[in-house]
Design a protein around this ligand. Structure first.
Ligand code: KIV
Ligand code: ZN
Length: 495
């Protein structure tokens, strides 16, 4: 029987602490049931004393979903923090208070200005106080990575005696490498047990040296039964250990079992990206856009012959899908199969000619779309501008409106629409003008340049009837950049 690894999700607490990732109250409330349905065992919903918003979020989440999953609130080793956490957790059926204090020499001396004895006393008092409110108390030795191991053992024993059932061993500043994490955690656990005490040991890592996931796995191999992780690896500075990576490794390497329904991972990641306004980097394991994308010919060939050639994980197990993307190094077989999917077949001679033009095009563009495949058949011609933006006026109503003047072939069409914001209003006006059912599947606007003179760069993806194209534009006016990118995409789809 494999050991059950408890997945403690701290996306809403440590993840939310990341600079520029703060989630709004309503987003946290919407995300919590999604995390529950993902199958995590504990949701650390916030740090109630840190702000009224966090208090309300923990309270509301406890009310909404606290009859199933364990809801946890963070509290420093201070009476007032613990009271606030207990209050926020009142509606939860399985509440956990997570209290912590720094135990490394540097933090105790410079940050807390407390002696080790005083730190020990605060830890004992806070665990005992937390136990007056809830049965389930977790105690963390903040900066365990730099804590003297003999002192860690004494602290843990006292925290267990005071009533903590879970002991968390955080590498708060990401100093460990996996061998160190393994050795230190294993030694500390065995020392605690040799004194006749025990707990559920937990591992919590930050990614300052890029080793948070590896160190979490090392912690599990050293005997930890709980892993503290965040979706998309979000968290303070370089982030926390990644939920999706840790779960994938546990399953793939058969290190234990989790209750996570891995098929929910990709949709959950997308939602976290939406609420935090940050998409994972494309090459992020499991949830990055390129995690299951194959572009080089050699890889595409292997992939077509047997998906296991270049995919160690089945993307469908994670709610994702495998894709072939195209570039100058793509293989001819894969290219031919994409044409066939689009309903286009060739004689051998025609295909060789098309493939030659395709490589020339692909050498010049950053990412190839289906319109480029058609350009290759037509010997590299440019996409005709059937739709052109003639004019655009924002309209301030109670909300947002936009009037768009669009040249469609030789006809000028003027349309008005309202929307969530100026861009949304303008895009809906264009959709009305060209009356078609185009799907916008991705949309990104970024500022290029350091100051207010930056250029707004829009890149979006449009799909229709199985065809997929990219629209791009750059403009100092962000709304114009978005409208032009949308029209660019429409022209490429029309083509
Ligand atoms: O990184 C850390 O030490 C923490 C504690 C509050 C557990 O997040
Ligand atoms: Zn942390």
């Amino acid at each position: 029987m494999q050991d059950q690894i408890i997945i403690f999700d701290t996306t809403l607490r440590d993840g939310d602490q990341a600079s520029g990732y703060t989630m709004r109250f309503q987003d946290k409330i919407r995300l919590a049931p999604v995390l529950r349905d993902l199958g995590v065992n504990i949701i650390e919903a916030g740090f109630p004393i840190s702000s009224p918003g966090d208090f309300n979020a923990v309270h509301q989440i406890s009310k909404d979903i606290g009859n199933g999953v364990t809801i946890c609130g963070l509290a420093r080793a201070l009476g007032e923090d613990i009271e606030r956490a207990a209050k926020a957790l009142e509606p939860a059926r399985k509440p956990r208070i997570h209290t912590f204090i720094s135990t490394s020499p540097l933090h105790m001396e410079m940050k807390l200005r407390k002696s080790p004895e005083e730190v020990m006393e605060s830890a004992i008092e806070s665990v005992e106080k937390a136990r007056q409110y809830v049965d389930d108390v977790e105690f963390s030795l903040e900066d365990f990575g730099r804590t003297e191991k003999e002192f860690a053992v004494c602290m843990i024993i006292e925290a267990v005696k005071a009533g903590a059932a879970t002991i968390n061993l955080p590498d708060t500043v990401g100093v460990f490498h996996p061998f160190e994490a393994y050795e230190k955690i294993k030694w500390v656990i065995s020392q605690v047990r040799s004194h006749g005490y025990d707990a559920i040991f937990s591992v919590h890592n930050h990614n300052d040296l890029g080793m948070a996931t590896a160190n979490t796995i090392a912690g599990i191999m050293a005997g930890c039964r709980q892993a503290e992780v965040t979706m998309n690896a979000i968290g303070e500075r370089a982030g926390n250990a990644s939920l999706e990576e840790v779960v994938a490794i546990i399953h793939f390497k058969q290190l234990g079992k989790t209750t996570v329904n891995t098929k929910h991972i990709y949709p959950t990641s997308e939602l976290v990206a939406q609420y935090t306004r940050h998409t994972p980097q494309p090459n992020k394991a499991i949830v990055g856009k390129n995690a299951f994308a194959h572009e080089a010919g050699i890889h595409q060939h292997g992939q077509i012959m047997d998906a296991r050639s270049y995919e160690i994980l089945d993307p469908e197990d994670f709610g994702a899908e495998s894709i072939l993307t195209f570039g100058p190094r793509s293989g001819r077989n894969a290219l031919k199969s994409r044409y066939a999917q689009l309903g286009i077949t060739f004689s051998d001679e025609e295909f060789q000619e098309t493939a030659k033009h395709f490589t020339e095009i692909a050498d010049q563009v950053i990412s190839v779309d289906d319109a480029d495949l058609i350009r290759a058949i037509r010997k590299g011609e440019e996409v005709p501008q059937y739709y052109r933006l003639a004019d655009y006026h924002p309209v301030r109503t109670n909300g947002f409106g936009a009037v768009v003047h669009l040249d469609v072939g030789h006809k000028r069409i003027i349309e008005y629409n309202e929307g969530n914001g100026q861009i949304d209003a303008a895009i809906h006006a264009i959709k009305k003008a060209i009356a078609n059912s185009i799907q916008l599947t991705d949309f990104r606007v970024e500022a290029e340049g350091p100051g207010s003179e930056a250029v707004g760069c829009t890149r979006l993806e449009l799909q229709k009837n199985g065809w997929s194209v990219t629209g791009k534009s750059e403009h100092t006016d962000v709304v114009t950049s978005a409208i032009e990118a949308y029209i660019d995409g429409c022209n490429r789809l029309k083509y």
